[in-house]
Design a protein around this ligand. Structure first.
Ligand code: ADP
Ligand code: MG
Length: 155
């Protein structure tokens, strides 16, 4: 069994969080699954806004809380953004998630993934965002060694 890689960074503003997302997006090759964990208002959707930009998408990112999933087109990839907050049962949205996880051109970001933990591949990046002040957020990333390329030089 291999140990997960763990790294951390701090965001002091929404703009910082978007930048952290943008840098991660630029490192994605396609086929990545990102699990976003935080309290409501932690900054998950804000992070995904940057992620979309980093992938090269010019689409406007909005919370998928009501639509449950959204997709954003980038040049050669598609970002799928799921939010299971309002669901007790993954149902059809879970099927949709399972489908895009198999797409090597897809980058998949999931908020409130508890009910779909069994659908997520073992090899995914987990991002914990913790509120540590008014606009200050602690980011903790963890992933298996196979996703080490997602870690930047400066973290
Ligand atoms: P979530 O998707 O986790 O519920 P959102 O990204 O929708 O969170 O909302 C985060 C809220 O917190 C936004 O209103 C944003 O402006 C605010 N905010 C303040 N500081 C930060 C920060 N450092 N990073 C992200 N969001 C922040
Ligand atoms: Mg959200």
């Amino acid at each position: 069994m291999s140990t997960d890689l763990i790294w951390q960074t701090v965001s002091n503003s929404s703009a910082d969080t978007e930048q952290i997302g943008r840098e991660l997006g630029m490192r994605c090759k396609g086929g990545e699954v990102l699990e976003l964990v935080s309290d409501l208002g932690g900054g998950k959707t804000t992070f995904v806004r940057g992620l979309a930009a980093g992938l090269g998408s010019t689409d406007a990112v909005a919370s998928p809380s009501f639509t449950l999933s959204r997709e954003y087109k980038a040049d050669d990839k598609t970002l799928y953004h799921f939010d299971f907050y309002r669901l007790q049962d993954a149902g059809l949205v879970g099927n949709e998630l399972a489908e895009v996880i198999d797409d090597p051109q897809a980058v998949v970001a999931v908020e409130w993934a508890d009910i779909v933990e069994d659908i997520l591949p073992a090899e995914h990046l987990t991002i914990h965002i913790t509120n540590v002040g008014d606009t200050k957020r602690q980011f903790k990333f963890s992933c298996p060694e196979s996703l080490a390329y997602l870690r930047g030089e400066d973290t």
